[in-house]
Design a protein around this ligand. Structure first.
Ligand SMILES: Nc1ncnc2c1ncn2[C@@H]1O[C@H](COP(=O)(O)OP(=O)(O)OP(=O)(O)O)[C@@H](O)[C@H]1O
Ligand SMILES: [Mg+2]
Length: 281
């Protein structure tokens, strides 16, 4: 075959995939992208608990991890080692079910979770396109999308592939350095015309288990100030709770299993605002 035929064939494949992405996404009412300017601020924790929280409100949920280099949702959801299987129709792959939620993470495509993925931008875009187009998501109310830290290829691909997304949720911690980065994430979302649903300040204070007094480990209130200065909504602050670390490590649903804890209540309030801004607007 001549090279141009190859190229033409590839282009036709791409167009099929683009159509599959559009058709799949049209069956999902709302898409929410969780992102941050900085690593380790709690995006995956929030994405997982948002997804569980929306599910507890009766919605049908999908959760997708686009963190190609460091997918962590598999561990957080206790589905490490489970791989996606082809659907009986042969047209796609079936997401993994966790408590009624449809989950896809890069780790569910990799046989060896410890193997580093060495991919450049276009390949990442291709992988995310396949996640959106070749996974049988079915009819869903919400797809929550977790991103790796920063404003790189993965969130860029997601924003470009789902231009109709309801919006982004930007996670930050209260320190000044994290806030500078969260401003970048706000700008990134705005430049890509994805509405900013709001900023969440995570790891915002800790209640001393001995005396019950609050300790502002990373200061407090910065997320709200950043939201005000960028003129975007502030969705709330989530305190530090060692049970969150435990739940993340054990594949448990924190928002459900510790429903009475202040951090879970803060998450529930964030879920309620997201429903208000997307489904009830
Ligand atoms: N409010 C909190 N209280 C206590 N621990 C928390 C809280 N939020 C997140 N964590 C813990 O902090 C660690 C980092 O969280 P997480 O993996 O969600 O961050 P991330 O932003 O997704 O990181 P990355 O940028 O690497 O993707 C995890 O061990 C998680 O359990
Ligand atoms: Mg993460």
């Amino acid at each position: 075959m001549k090279p141009e035929h190859h190229a033409g064939g590839r282009q036709a494949d791409q167009e099929l995939l683009n159509t599959a992405v559009r058709e799949n996404m049209a069956r999902i009412k709302h898409k929410i992208i969780v992102m941050s300017g900085k690593g380790g601020v709690g995006k995956s924790t929030l994405a997982t608990n948002l997804a569980f929280g929306l599910g507890l409100n009766g919605y049908k949920i999908g959760l997708m991890d686009t963190d190609i280099h460091g997918p962590s949702l598999g561990k957080m959801l206790g589905i490490e080692g489970q791989v996606l299987i082809p659907s009986p129709s042969g047209h796609g792959l079936i997401p993994i079910e966790v408590k009624g939620m449809k989950v896809v993470t890069m780790a569910s495509l990799l046989q060896d979770p410890d193997a580093p993925v060495i991919w450049r931008g276009p390949l990442k875009m291709g992988a995310i396109k396949q996640f959106l187009g070749e996974i049988e998501w079915g009819d869903l109310d919400y797809l929550v999308i977790d991103s790796p830290p920063g404003t790189g290829d993965e969130p860029l691909s997601v924003c470009q592939l789902i231009p109709e997304a309801d919006g982004s949720v930007i996670v930050t911690t209260p320190q000044d350095v994290a806030l500078i980065d969260s401003r970048k994430a706000v700008r990134f979302s705005q430049v890509l015309k994805i509405p900013v649903l709001g900023i969440v300040e995570n790891m915002s204070g800790l209640v001393c288990p001995h005396c019950g007094q609050p300790i502002d480990l990373f200061k407090i209130g910065g997320g709200e100030r950043a939201a005000q200065s960028m003129n975007v909504p502030f969705l709330g602050r989530i305190p530090i709770d060692p049970d969150i670390v435990e739940s993340c490590d054990d594949g448990h649903s924190y928002i459900y299993e510790h429903a009475e804890a202040p951090a879970a209540k803060a998450m529930q309030a964030i879920v309620a605002q997201i429903i208000e801004k997307t489904d009830r607007k």
